[in-house]
Write a protein that binds this ligand. Structure first.
Ligand code: FES
Length: 235
């Protein structure tokens, strides 16, 4: 079996005799037996820590759970800073969490979450920070400051949390480079190893935004004003 790995000076092909195994095991085998300089990240080896995310045949996968096939083409994640070979720096994507204020900002200490309440945003809590959604998102090719699927899913988690007394600041923050910049293409959802639908979360945030009086600025610009949510006739 042969695989191609993108490295600093282009693709390098490696031949291995392993079959029915994960990509991470193949990369470890190559590093131990053929090329000690090959760089990649890994941790738990069981799909939990998210550190081994990379692209195979132009699709984001976790190397520790993906069953490698002959001819696979391996590349690092996109939309992040490349450090070396398949190792990337995720810092920029993490800063979007801070920008989007994705935390409980005004806590209602009297509110108690029931098991039903916990189910509302249980899936969003399963994120393993692998960065696959950022890599798959096409918006970054035109807007590098887009808050992105990961941060917006976290915003939804806290906006929908009944312990949050005032979500208005979070809703305001996501109006710029946020909910209206998403194309709803669903690529983030397709690649998420935890089956989190950031697209659905962004759609729910759009509804919250509309209720709060905001509207899609691209519509506002097209028609010379808002849709009347602010009480101003726009036609
Ligand atoms: Fe932890 Fe792959 S090594 S998710």
């Amino acid at each position: 079996m042969k695989i191609s790995v993108k490295r600093e000076n282009g693709f390098v092909e490696y031949g291995v005799e392993l079959k029915e195994t994960t990509l991470l095991e193949v990369l470890n085998f190559v590093k131990q037996t053929q090329d000690n300089s090959l760089s990649f990240s890994s941790g738990c080896r069981s799909g939990v820590c998210g550190s081994c995310s990379m692209r195979v045949n132009e699709r984001e996968v976790l190397a520790c759970t993906y069953k490698v096939k002959d001819g696979d083409v391996i590349e690092p994640l996109r939309n992040v800073t490349l450090i070396r070979d398949l190792v990337v720096d995720m810092d920029k994507s993490y800063t979007f969490n801070a920008k989007s204020k994705s935390w409980l900002s005004s806590l209602n200490s009297d509110a108690r979450l029931t098991s039903e309440d916990e189910k509302i945003n249980e899936v969003q809590s399963d994120c393993i920070l692998c960065g696959s959604c950022y890599s798959a998102c096409p918006v970054y090719s035109v807007n590098e400051e887009f808050l992105g699927p990961f941060a917006l899913t976290r915003v939804w988690k806290y906006v929908s949390d009944k312990r949050e007394l005032d979500a208005s600041e979070k809703i305001e923050t996501i109006q710029t480079n946020g909910v209206w910049d998403c194309t709803l293409c669903n690529e983030c959802t397709i690649v998420c190893p935890q089956n989190i639908s950031s697209k659905a979360d962004i759609e729910k945030l759009r509804v919250k935004s509309t209720i709060a009086g905001y509207s899609d600025p691209s519509f506002s610009n097209s028609f010379g004003g808002g849709f009347g949510f602010d009480g101003t006739p726009s036609f």
